[in-house]
Structures are given as structure tokens and as C-alpha cells.
Design a protein around this ligand. Structure first.
Ligand code: NDP
Ligand code: GDR
Length: 325
């Protein structure tokens, strides 16, 4: 039985990746940081019905001794480093915490693997945010980076350290440069889930409007379930490498709003208003990924369309709010 250790197991991707690996017969360990809200942090795993199947182990990315202990305890064949302060907007308010968790935390994880379990395969959750102020219309593995937020700067450090540990120490370390991927388990502050949650509340008469930031930004949005499959495929290759995962289609936040409201028969223009509080000090205007390498080398492609994603998310939020009464 293969053994996997996932950091960020309580997040969106951690939950779907756990489900995928359990389905493949893995023993799955998940790093859990201590929280006063221990009863709710496992909510996503519970939603997928797998909370009891994942072995949660106590540790924190900022505490390397805890990572060393967890790797000794779990003896993983594969390590997926998904833990991060992942909300871009918050990274301007907490830039150094973001650096400690998202950059140095990845360094701690790489060091712990190198010292304790160098034979383990390592996945780093890199991000399309690293392209930031885009240098090419379609971004692929060779496109130069230009980060636009403290979050993206931190991710760039983690990305290059992963490449460096591969080249310096021969670790089987791969980095997935993933474009935005969403699902009903997306955190509520991210734009897609914020919109689908508001659509559900407005439809059910629980809210009347939706304050938003920049409606003109465009993103290449896919479904998280497809993207965690790509992570796993990367670690099944004989040779570690870097791969872009994306759909190859970019759509504006405005169009996402239109689709989500239209799903319940409403016109987004009647409800959405721009509130400067949701604008960012520096914006990433456009992202559009080129997943050709992942398709060719991994046989990976994003199967879920944006329209299917929107429908699934709106329906899940309608069900949640209806169940709450
Ligand atoms: P989430 O924000 O949903 O999850 C982040 C996870 O990191 C949570 O489990 C969180 O724990 C954990 N975490 C935060 N701080 C620490 C810490 N100090 N020690 C240990 N764990 C910690 O992110 P996603 O699932 O959406 O994304 C997964 C990874 O992929 C992240 O690294 C993200 O930056 C990256 N990424 C995501 C993309 C996307 O579109 N979703 C695209 C590209 C990259 P807790 O529940 O306790 O807060
Ligand atoms: P992003 O995701 O910054 O791309 O990072 P987010 O959903 O937060 O923003 C996407 C775009 O929407 C615009 N926007 C708003 N965003 C939010 N959150 N709230 C709003 O009200 C709003 N209005 C407009 C933003 O300005 C932005 O242009 C996500 C995270 O998952 C990262 O961890 C990951 O690395 C990248 O995706 C790829």
C-alpha cells in the first residue's frame, strides 16, 4: 500500500486529493495545524465523506521539527505540499506571514524530506499567479515570471527552491504551475465561490446585492477534481519536472457573474455593484494557460467545462442554504 502525506489537507485541493488517493488504495496522512475550531476544520473532508479515512497528524509548516516528526511517523512515498496562505488579497495585509508559510514553509518541507525521507516523491503547489504581469499571451512552463503580490513572490521562492532541490540533491521534486481551479469546496472569499454563494442567497431571498472588486480581470478556471488528478500524474512519472495545468480558456469575472446568475434565471446587472474595498493594490489582469506539455507528457486535460463548474457550484450553494433553512 502506497503512503502519501498531504499538507493543506483541510483545504479545497487537499480534500479532493485525499479522495483521489484513497480511491487508489493509498494510506493518506494529512498535516493538521492546531486550531481552536477543531470541530469545523475537517468540514471539506467530511463533505466528501472521507474524514474518518484520512489520518490527521499534528504539525505546522512554520515548525520544521513538527514536519520532521510527521515524516518519520508517516514514512510517505509521496509528499504533496499544498499548505499555504493562499488568498492573494490577504497577502498584502500579512505579507510576512504569507512568506513564512507559503515560501519558508515549502523550504521547511523540502528540508524535512531531504533529511528524513529523500526517496519520497515531492509535489509543490506552484501557481499561475507567478506569471502576474504576463510576459506572453499564453503562459507555459518557459514563460518568464513577474509576480504581482506578496503571495506570488512567496510562491516563486517555493517554486525555484523545488527546482533547486531537484537539481542539487536529486530529489524527485515536481512543481505544478496550476491555474485557478474551483469547486463547491472552494473557500468562500475566492471570487467564484463568493459569487455562487451570493447567487444562492439572492435566489432564496436571503440577500439583495453582491459587492465586488475588479469585474474585468480574466482567469483560466477549471475544476479542482481535474487538477488534483494532474498532481498525482506528475508524481507517477519516472523523471520529476514542472507542468502547467490549465484549461486554455480565459473568461472575465463579469462573465462568471453572468453565467452564475443566469443559472437561476437572474440578470447579474441587477445585483452586482463594484465596491472599491475589493480592489487590489496591484492586479493580475489576465491569465491564460497553455497545458500542451501536461497533455503530451501526462495525458492530462481539464474535462469539466466552465459552464458545468458554475452549475455544480451554484447548485451546491443552493442546497447548503436550503438545508440551513
Ligand atoms: P486552501 O486555501 O483551500 O487551503 C490551504 C491549506 O493550507 C489549508 O488546509 C490550510 O489549513 C493550510 N495551511 C495554512 N497555513 C498553514 C500552516 N502554517 N501550516 C500547515 N498548513 C497550513 O488552498 P487550495 O486548496 O485552493 O490550494 C492548495 C494549494 O495550491 C495552495 O498552496 C495554493 O496556494 C495553491 N494553488 C491553488 C490554486 C487554486 O486555484 N485553488 C491554483 C494554484 C495554486 P487550515 O484549514 O487550517 O486553514
Ligand atoms: P486569485 O483568486 O487571486 O486568482 O488567486 P480570486 O478568486 O481571489 O480572484 C480572482 C480575480 O477576481 C477578481 N475579483 C475578486 N476577487 C475576490 N476574491 N473577491 C472579489 O470580490 C472580487 N472581485 C473581483 C480579483 O481581483 C482577481 O483578479 C487564486 C488563489 O487560489 C491562489 O492561491 C492561486 O494561486 C491562484 O488562484 C491561481
Amino acid at each position: 500500500m502506497k503512503r502519501a502525506l498531504i499538507t493543506g489537507v483541510t483545504g479545497q485541493d487537499g480534500a479532493y486529493l485525499s479522495q483521489l488517493l484513497l480511491g487508489k488504495g493509498y494510506k493518506v496522512y494529512g498535516l493538521l495545524r492546531r486550531s481552536a475550531s477543531a470541530d469545523v476544520v475537517g468540514e471539506r473532508l467530511r463533505w466528501l465523506g472521507i474524514l474518518d479515512e484520512v489520518e490527521l497528524v499534528d504539525g505546522n509548516l512554520t515548525d520544521i521539527s513538527s514536519l520532521i516528526r510527521v515524516i518519520q511517523q508517516s514514512e510517505p512515498d509521496e509528499v504533496y505540499n499544498l499548505g499555504a496562505q493562499s488568498f492573494v488579497k490577504a497577502s498584502w495585509n500579512q505579507p510576512l506571514l504569507t512568506g513564512n508559510v507559503t515560501a519558508i514553509g515549502a523550504g521547511n518541507m523540502l528540508e524535512a524530506v531531504r533529511l528524513v525521507r529523500p526517496q519520497a516523491r515531492f509535489y509543490q503547489a506552484s501557481s499561475s499567479e507567478m506569471y502576474g504581469l504576463i510576459q506572453e499571451a499564453h503562459q507555459n512552463e518557459k514563460t518568464p515570471f513577474y509576480p504581482r503580490s506578496p503571495y506570488a513572490v512567496a510562491k516563486l521562492y517555493a517554486h525555484w527552491l523545488t527546482v533547486n532541490y531537484r537539481e542539487s540533491f536529486g530529489l524527485h521534486a515536481s512543481s505544478g504551475i496550476l491555474f485557478n481551479h474551483e469547486s463547491p469546496l472552494r473557500g468562500i472569499e475566492f471570487v467564484t465561490r463568493k459569487v455562487t454563494d451570493a447567487v444562492a442567497r439572492i435566489k432564496l431571498g436571503l440577500a439583495r446585492e453582491l459587492p465586488m472588486g475588479n469585474l474585468d480581470a480574466t482567469r483560466d478556471w477549471g475544476h479542482a477534481r481535474d487538477y488534483v488528478r494532474g498532481m498525482w500524474l506528475m508524481l507517477q512519472q519516472d523523471t520529476p519536472d514542472d507542468y502547467v495545468l490549465a484549461t486554455g480558456r480565459t473568461v472575465s469575472v463579469r462573465e462568471f457573474c453572468r453565467l452564475a446568475f443566469a443559472h437561476v434565471g437572474l440578470n447579474y446587472q441587477d445585483y452586482v455593484r463594484v465596491d472599491p474595498a475589493f480592489l487590489r493594490p496591484a492586479e493580475v489582469d489576465v491569465l491564460l494557460g497553455d497545458p500542451a506539455k501536461a497533455k503530451q507528457a501526462l495525458g492530462w486535460s481539464a474535462d469539466v467545462t466552465l459552464e458545468q463548474l458554475v452549475a455544480e457550484m451554484v447548485e451546491a450553494d443552493l442546497a447548503r442554504h436550503t438545508a440551513r433553512g
